[in-house]
Design a protein around this ligand. Sequence first.
Ligand code: HEC
Length: 142
Amino acid sequence: MMKPDCGLLLAASLLVAMCSGCNSQAVPTISSNEASVNAKTDPVDFALEVLPILDRSCYPCHGPKMSPVSMAGFRVDLEEHAVGRGKIMPGDPDGSLLIQRVITTEDSKRMPPLKSDNPQLSAEQIDLLKHWIKEGASYGTQ
Ligand code: HEC
């Protein structure tokens, strides 16, 4: 017959408290990533910096879940679609359809579509995409 062990219970609740402390510490990493984007000088990292933008604003319509058919048959996550089909011209952000479509003032052309729930890109995010394309639009090791 086991008696309730108060010491053990206390240890267990301490552990729980410690663990939730760990979790809440993990969250600010995201905002510190965003902060480093603004002060960008190093080469842009696709996985860390570009992907989160595409994931949030473009993936719902042009992402992996849309496979095999996506809006306009365009998967922004696939290098062979984005670069291979000339939507992104490495080294030439202004000549890239992808950039043209996120900066256009023509409402019917604007990406993400103005009527969608997907967040429009901020000026910083557009700058980052341009920077990434200027550097060659590397998708890294996919
Ligand atoms: C709510 C759905 C939706 C979202 C979100 C969205 N798009 Fe689109 N996109 C479309 C549709 C529909 C088309 C086809 C019609 C057109 O060209 O406007 C399209 C077309 C495009 C095209 C032209 C493709 C071609 O071959 O002509 C590009 C480039 C593009 N989107 C880029 C983006 C980017 C970059 C994002 C994120 C910043 C984005 N889209 C977010 C729906 C979406």
